[in-house]
Design a protein around this ligand. Structure first.
Ligand code: NAP
Length: 284
């Protein structure tokens, strides 16, 4: 068997054009969706991420502002910026790029963002909304994974999903989203005793670890769907995921590549959340 690719670039193009259409309709009613991206310090990877986010906004017809501050910015000053953005009617979504410098309490900054503008979905209110099935913003990466499953018409009801990784931004929300669609969910992590015994039971596997080859072909049940969230570098310095792609694609029914899989979907779902925030705030 050779797995079918779930193409994150193609799906992103489709979803982003839908965002652009809805943004245009909202503009016609007097509201231009706006995203503020706040970057503190000069982490090169973060600079690339924020540039890509701002570019994606412009391409979809969303207003976006990039606020860049030196690494020495104090926590108080950053909180003041967040409060100002909370009160800015042109801004519907606020994203503070992580990681923040060590002297700033990232959680405190996230909690300062208005839940109505928390398009990253990291605020406690967003996490609580996801857990209780209330309206809120879902974290973009697991949300993107759900869209990928939807794109292949996958019915999660009664299926066994194994999530590898339990971070607040990927693994845990991923597990809750799968559970909400009636999957039976197992969450694995660094203390899991026998990872292979777990993954071999899975109809769907989401790998969100940050280590190459965490998932190899012998760990995958034939026909399983494999989503690779990991972003790592191989020996040649090329971007790769957590999954041994060449091996696993011979066993799985569907697989996401890295690059071109979950990565572009993460930015796409940020646009979707920003648009949604603007639509919710717009006068009817
Ligand atoms: P994280 O906070 O470092 O969490 C990693 C998780 O993996 C932890 O729960 C850890 O377990 C678990 N783990 C570590 N080693 C393991 C092992 N050998 N077996 C099983 N579980 C293991 O990372 P994250 O923020 O969730 O991100 C995970 C990966 O996704 C990274 O490569 C990151 O770059 C990538 N990512 C990609 C996107 C995208 O857009 N494509 C977005 C976000 C993240 P413990 O909890 O026990 O430590």
């Amino acid at each position: 068997m050779t797995a079918q690719l779930i193409d994150g670039n193609a799906l992103s193009r489709q979803l982003r054009s839908e965002v652009a259409e809805r943004a245009l309709a909202l503009k016609a009613r007097g509201t231009t969706p706006g995203l503020a991206v706040v970057l503190v310090g000069d982490n090169p990877a973060s600079q690339v991420y924020v540039r890509n986010k701002v570019k994606a906004c412009h391409e979809a017809g969303l207003h976006s502002v990039l606020e860049q501050y030196p690494a020495e910015l104090s926590e108080t000053e950053l909180l003041a910026r967040v409060h100002a953005l909370n009160n800015d009617p042109a801004i519907h979504g606020i994203l503070v790029q992580l990681p923040l410098p060590a002297h700033i309490d990232a959680q405190k900054v996230i909690e300062a963002i208005s839940p109505a503008k928390d398009v990253d979905g990291f605020h406690m209110a967003s996490a609580g909304a996801l857990m209780t099935g209330m309206p809120g913003f879902w974290p973009c990466t697991p949300y993107g994974c759900m869209k990928m499953l939807e794109s292949i018409g996958y019915d999660l009801r009664g299926k066994h999903a194994v999530v590898i990784g339990r971070s607040n931004i990927v693994g845990k929300p991923m597990a809750l989203m799968l559970l909400a669609q009636d999957a039976t969910v197992t969450v694995c992590h660094s203390r899991t005793k026998d990872l292979k015994a777990q993954t071999l039971q899975a109809d769907v596997i989401v790998a969100a670890v940050g280590k190459r080859n965490v998932l190899t072909a012998d760990m995958v049940k034939p026909g399983a769907v494999v989503l690779d969230v990991g972003m790592n570098r191989n020996d040649e310095g090329k971007l790769c995921g957590d999954v041994d792609f060449d091996g696993v694609k011979a066993v799985a029914s569907h697989i996401t590549p890295v690059p071109g899989g979950v990565g572009p979907m993460t930015i796409t779902m940020l646009l979707v959340n920003t648009l949604e925030a603007a639509e919710r705030s717009a006068p009817h």
